[in-house]
Design a protein around this ligand. Structure first.
Ligand code: KG4
Length: 339
């Protein structure tokens, strides 16, 4: 037996459901929405509709793959926010309906907290790779770039964050001006592997504390393209790999410089990374490099837990269940929030 939690994630363009028993993952089903590719970005209205179509089959499949019956569930954890309102409404409403029909409690989950707690998902009962508190977590996604001091599962302090664009946004926007597909991050990563990171120099921000800024880099990237294209119309095509490698190197340098400063100032050497951009292989290499050079104990999520998934919602729900931290039927989604 053991506490069994169903997690539901629908904050953006992935419909996902997962089952966790006593912190151990039994299933994690994700339906991604390819409909947005043609538009070069997520179209909120289309995302909501796709969630409506996907939610029942995705939840059914998660329960089936877990090898359980829905009557064995102890609670339903769902992403309440932040995210797209229409998308969140689908998951929230579904969680309410299922919770009422099964007469089990509902647990609201903060999407950002869930990204951090993805590090606590166990693949087997004897899986003990979890970070020790306190640790620092670099949370980097399409909407966030934050350094979080994690003191407990429910005690997180954002000590630094972007004042404009997020790191993922910088990748996506620069990819867009090069005419690469969407989302641009993975494409830039792939091309960067074939390029020279020292070919181009882009501007880096000079801002205080542990905060980030990526809008200057984006502008500097744009101006480089504009100036070089004026001389050679095939400039992008000829230099794609080097442009991607130099861009990626700059983003990673910006991210790691502030993280290094935070780790040193706070004297914390347990450091994790989370969110969609944590799939970036250059960033992962930088973490391994820092582990060697500075003695960091690093935590890098499996690729399956980097982008939006319900396993991270279910594990957060599991911890909140242990504290009997349930929510009422009046819970409504929120689109924006800090941790
Ligand atoms: O966490 P996530 O799936 O969604 C939210 O923003 O909540 O993150 C998506 C972001 C996108 O900006 C995408 O381009 C970026 O993560 N991303 C990557 C890579 N894989 C995904 N960025 C750089 N390199 C990657 N390999």
């Amino acid at each position: 037996m053991g506490i069994m939690i169903l997690g539901i994630e629908s904050s953006c363009d992935d419909t996902s459901a997962a089952v966790i028993r006593e912190g151990v993952l039994l299933s994690n089903v994700i339906a991604s929405q390819s409909v947005h590719e043609a538009y070069g970005g997520v179209v909120p209205e289309l995302a909501s509709r796709a969630h409506q179509q996907n939610i029942i089959p995705v939840v059914s499949e998660a329960i089936k793959r877990a090898g359980i019956d829905k009557s064995e569930l102890d609670a339903i954890a769902f992403t309440r926010g932040p995210g797209l309102m229409g998308s969140l409404l689908v998951g929230t409403s579904f969680a309410k309906g299922l919770s009422m029909s099964l007469s089990i409690p509902m647990i609201e989950v903060n999407h950002l907290q869930a990204h951090v707690l993805a590090h606590f998902i166990k693949d087997a009962p004897d899986d003990n790779h979890q970070p020790a508190y306190p640790f620092l977590c670099l949370l980097v996604s399409g909407g966030n770039s934050q350094i979080i001091k994690v003191k407990a599962y429910n005690d997180m302090e954002v000590i630094g964050q972007t004042i404009d664009d997020a790191a993922g946004e910088a990748f996506d926007k620069c990819a867009k001006v090069m005419g690469l597909g969407y989302p641009g991050g993975p494409i830039v990563n792939r091309l960067a592997n074939e390029g020279n990171p020292n070919t181009f120099v882009f501007s880096k921000p000079h801002i205080s504390d542990y905060n980030y800024s990526f809008s200057g880099l984006k502008t500097s990237f744009l101006y480089t393209l504009r100036d070089r294209l004026a001389v050679d119309p095939d400039f992008i095509e000829k230099n794609k790999a080097d442009l991607c490698a130099s861009l990626q190197e700059t983003v990673i340098d910006i991210l790691m410089t502030k993280l290094r400063k935070a780790a040193k100032d706070l004297n914390i050497n347990e450091v994790a990374v989370a969110g969609g951009v944590s799939a970036n292989t250059g960033l992962r290499d930088a973490f391994h490099d820092h582990a060697r050079r500075y003695g960091w104990k690093i935590h890098i999520p499996k690729f399956a837990y980097t982008t939006d998934n319900a396993a991270m919602v279910a594990i957060t729900g599991y911890y909140k269940y242990m504290d009997k931290d349930f929510c009422s039927m009046e819970a409504t989604p929120f689109s924006r929030v800090v941790l």
